[in-house]
Design a protein around this ligand. Structure first.
Ligand code: HEM
Length: 508
């Protein structure tokens, strides 16, 4: 016999329920079994693997709850669990047949970074790369060889990147190339402006950074210059990355980068760092097709964080007249004049030291906007900081978003945008006075995976924001007095600095 349906009638806002009670015997049994299974799973998830395992935060949906939460709410899900459990420097989220250990304390984050032999990101790279970039099985095998040993593909690439992007001549040359290219694009754009122009600020900045980065990294024959439609495809890829990581949509194609490599354009027009990357890929036996896909990850690393951080820095400065005035007042100290030609140009060397407010804005944008997770696989059972037992095969995530929002670290105004916290004479200058743990600033990750591009990104972004601030005035498209700053869209996997939840339309 079919169970009677519950009927809800809505009449003049009064509700009349026809109850399922008394239940049929079949329904009652099903409910009893489901309840028992639920209670069992709920209790099971709270059972520790080891007495010293970090405290377990149970999920309302045992085991799969954290994964469902990440699919539905992105990084915000784990961040909100972390913020509700501030008393726990590390906690455990049980997931099917594994554990996720979430670290929310800077000192423990530093301990994770130090334990790089047992806690490593690299074993996760081959599968993630295959999922996101669609590289062939031979390339995946190459990535798997000598993981965490010298002379594997990943180790060689890692060492080369840290050498070429560390302080020194190659970094200076690349920074200068980037600043010149972005400066050239902005100047050309400003020169053709006859009347105020209304733009979507994020898209506007993204355009310059995308085409500029492709140009200075890969040269004039770069795929984006040859196929302008790829610019939108690149950002579609970016916005689909969360789903690619979760394996939800099929991998992309990389035909244009393949054509670029096959024609040998990297040998003639690309930056030295890209030439070295292609060399290493070929030395390890990667085909041009796999190398082309692998390069997409470098283009991605070079573009997305830079574009989004530049957007926030420009917006935050123009949204606060007093901040705009302060930044404009300090910029002349970074401008040098060529005595021979009288030509005035920004000095990359002077920019960071001579413009502390601009530098503080940059760092505060990253603190507020970066919810990234530094992820590690537990390769063998590990006692972290002599206190916490981490089980082999589990995942450790350092929750940047929780650490960046911690009032205990940043002060009572942790949720506010306040660049003075990074200024020596600032009002809330805990950070600049060295009272903040060095591992609390998570925007560039840390330890072995610390972003190799951080020096370069700092030069590039400071120079780019400086050029925009010196070249344009910005006002809202609707003529409102103040430029509003929208909240961040945090319901995504935070694969890079968060974008705004709503568009910012402004007039230049
Ligand atoms: C504001 C700009 C940038 C931010 C916020 C940023 C942030 C990050 C973060 C959080 C990671 C992962 C760290 C971890 O897992 O612990 C990373 C990795 C990386 N970044 Fe950046 N990045 C920026 C700009 C750049 C630029 C401009 C480049 C290159 C030109 C670059 C190249 C890389 C590379 C190659 C990796 C992977 C390193 C590895 O796995 O060994 N980044 N970055």
């Amino acid at each position: 016999m079919a169970a009677p349906r519950a009927l809800v009638q809505l009449t003049n806002l009064s509700l009349s329920f026809h109850s399922l009670w008394p239940p049929t015997p079949g329904l009652a049994t099903a409910v009893a079994v489901l309840s028992a299974v639920y209670l069992l799973l709920y209790r099971l998830q709270a059972v520790k693997n080891h007495p010293n395992e970090p405290p377990i935060v149970p999920s309302w949906f045992p085991f799969v709850g954290p994964l469902l939460g990440m699919v539905g709410e992105g990084g915000r899900h784990v961040k909100s669990i972390g913020l509700r459990n501030r008393d726990k420097p590390i906690f455990t989220l049980p997931v099917p047949r594994s554990r996720i250990y979430v670290v929310t304390d800077p000192a423990l984050a530093a301990a994770v970074q130090r334990a790089s032999k047992a806690l490593s990101f690299t074993p996760l790279v081959p599968d993630l790369t295959a999922r996101v970039l669609g590289i062939d099985s031979h390339a995946v095998e190459v990535l798997r060889q000598n993981i965490d040993e010298p002379h594997g593909f990943l180790a060689d690439m890692h060492d080369m990147l840290y050498t070429y992007l560390g302080p020194g001549e190659p970094l200076n040359a690349l920074s200068l190339g980037a600043a010149r290219e972005l400066g050239r694009q902005i100047t050309a754009h400003a020169a053709q402006l006859k009347a105020p122009e209304t733009v979507n600020l994020l898209a506007w900045v993204q355009h310059f950074v995308t085409t500029g980065t492709a140009q200075y990294l890969y040269g004039p024959e770069n795929p984006l210059a040859k196929h302008p439609e790829l610019e939108q495809a690149f950002w579609d890829f970016d916005h689909g990355l969360g789903r690619l990581l979760l394996g939800i949509v099929p991998a992309l194609t990389a035909r244009a980068p393949y054509q670029y490599l096959s024609a040998g354009h990297h040998e003639t027009g690309a930056s030295t760092i890209v030439q070295r990357r292609v060399e290493i890929a070929h030395q390890h036996g990667l085909s041009n097709a796999a190398t082309a896909r692998s390069e997409l990850s470098f283009l991605f690393a070079g573009i997305v964080n830079t574009a989004t951080t530049t957007f926030w820095a420009v917006l935050q400065v123009f949204a606060r007249p007093e901040l705009l005035a302060a930044v404009r007042a300090e910029l002349p100290a970074a401008v040098v004049e060529d005595p021979a030609t009288g030509e005035r140009r920004l000095s990359m060397d002077l920019l960071k030291g001579a413009c502390p407010t601009l530098h503080a804005v940059f760092r505060e944008c990253l603190r507020v906007g970066s919810d990234n997770y530094s992820t590690r696989l537990v390769k063998s059972d590990t006692m972290l900081a002599g206190q916490w037992h981490l089980k082999a095969g589990s995942i450790v995530q350092i929750a940047g978003g929780v650490i960046h929002a911690d009032e205990g670290i940043w002060g009572a105004n942790a949720d506010a945008f306040d660049p003075t916290r990074f200024l020596k004479d600032g009002e809330s200058n805990k950070a600049s006075e060295g009272k903040v743990h060095p591992a609390a600033f998570r925007a560039f990750g840390g330890g072995k995976t610390l972003c190799p591009g951080r020096h370069f990104a700092t030069h590039e972004i400071l120079a780019f924001v400086a050029v925009i601030v010196l070249t344009f005035d910005l006002e809202t498209a609707d003529g409102a007095m103040r430029i509003p700053v929208p909240p961040q869209e945090d319901r995504v996997l935070p694969v890079h600095v968060l974008e705004p939840r709503t568009d910012v339309l402004s007039q230049k």
